[in-house]
Design a protein around this ligand. Structure first.
Ligand code: F2R
Ligand code: MG
Ligand code: MG
Length: 303
């Protein structure tokens, strides 16, 4: 498998998963609202905050050849648009940065320990792609990029889980993912990962309701990141569209679970394996491919 195609598959898969999951996210109000924002003026399918923040992360990593926290905070805030459907607290924080406040004074302002939402995990793929050859630097970069908006340890752990899964897929070591994650996590994350191990070892296929009940389908990192890893692994050897269909029926935070699971699935199978007609009308597809290319060439420098 061509490694560059895996980079394309990770980022374009992420954006396509986001755009296809978005119409199903949340409750009646969110789904109704998205109808007004779901396509561009030229008829492309629009992505949400998940992909926008992923693009921001990629662009900033490329420009600074690493994480520059102040520049990244600035980048996130200048890209903010209501129509992308940001998390409520993330939106407040980004608007405050735009008005000149320092992110260091904001990331524990709204919640004492910071946000435990999945916002850091949903945008972490470029960090995994950039640092795929250096795990120590990657861990540090995940902490630095996450803490800008998500200081809570659960949010940072969720980002590490998604990044680690992507790196393992790039190396085609998918059979080691769950065990590696079990060894590097504890408490509730470990409990959920043990459930994933059990499900993957048995031939039975849990329903969407069982997956939501045992692993979660919510906006919290703890209730969505392990779910995304499980679904990427369960559908790894199947059509990309089967993964998306399952996530759409999962309910809850469908765009973000599709974002994260598609990034992991795409890092294994590559862009050429994604056969979906809507790929042709995905917003900014060529721009995302170019970002994946830049991350690919930069990652080679650190081999
Ligand atoms: N915002 C949305 N979707 C609309 C809402 C969907 C629906 N109502 C649902 O709940 O499923 N989507 C986008 O937001 C998510 C990423 O969010 P992010 O960036 O983590 O945002 P935020 O604001 O930091 O956290 C989200 C909310 O979680 C609660 N929360 C977080 N930390 C908390 C804490 N320490 N204590 C208490 N509550 C906490 C707050 O309600 C936050 O607003 C993705 O789904 C993306 O697609
Ligand atoms: Mg979103
Ligand atoms: Mg979401």
């Amino acid at each position: 498998m061509n490694k560059q195609d895996k980079y394309h598959g990770c980022l374009v898969g992420l954006a396509l998963g986001d755009a296809l999951g978005a119409p199903f996210e949340g409750g009646i109000i969110e789904r109704f609202l998205w109808k007004f924002f779901s396509t561009t003026k030229t008829g492309e399918i629009r992505y949400t905050d998940d992909t926008q923040m992923t693009i921001d992360t990629a662009q900033s990593l490329i420009a600074y050849q690493g994480i520059n926290q102040d520049a990244l905070a600035e980048h996130y805030s200048s890209s903010y648009q209501f129509s992308r459907g940001y998390g409520a607290t993330a939106a407040k924080l980004l608007k405050a940065i735009k008005k000149g406040q320092d992110w260091r004074n904001l990331n524990t302002k709204y919640f004492k320990d910071g946000s435990y939402g999945n916002g850091a995990a949903m945008r972490i793929a470029p960090v995994a792609l950039f640092y795929s050859h250096n795990s120590r630097l990657m861990q540090h970069a995940i902490e630095q990029s996450s803490v800008i908006t998500h200081a809570h340890p659960d949010a940072i752990t969720g980002a590490k889980i998604i990044a680690q899964a992507i790196v393992i897929m790039l190396k085609d070591k998918q059979e080691t993912i769950v065990q590696q994650l079990i060894e590097t996590n504890d408490n509730e994350y470990k409990r959920k990962l043990l459930q994933v191990k059990k499900w993957l070892e048995n031939t039975g296929k849990p329903t969407t309701k069982e997956v939501a009940k045992k692993l979660g389908n919510g906006i919290e990192a703890i209730n969505s990141t392990v779910t995304a890893v499980y679904l990427a692994l369960r559908f790894l050897n199947q059509d990309f569209n089967e993964l998306i269909k399952f996530v759409q029926n999962l309910k809850g935070d469908t765009d973000t679970i599709a974002t994260m699971s598609s990034a992991i699935w795409g890092a294994k199978n590559g862009l050429k394996a994604i056969k979906n007609p809507q790929l042709q009308i995905l917003e900014s597809k060529q721009k995302i491919i170019k970002l994946a290319d830049a991350l690919y060439y930069l990652s080679l420098k650190s081999v």
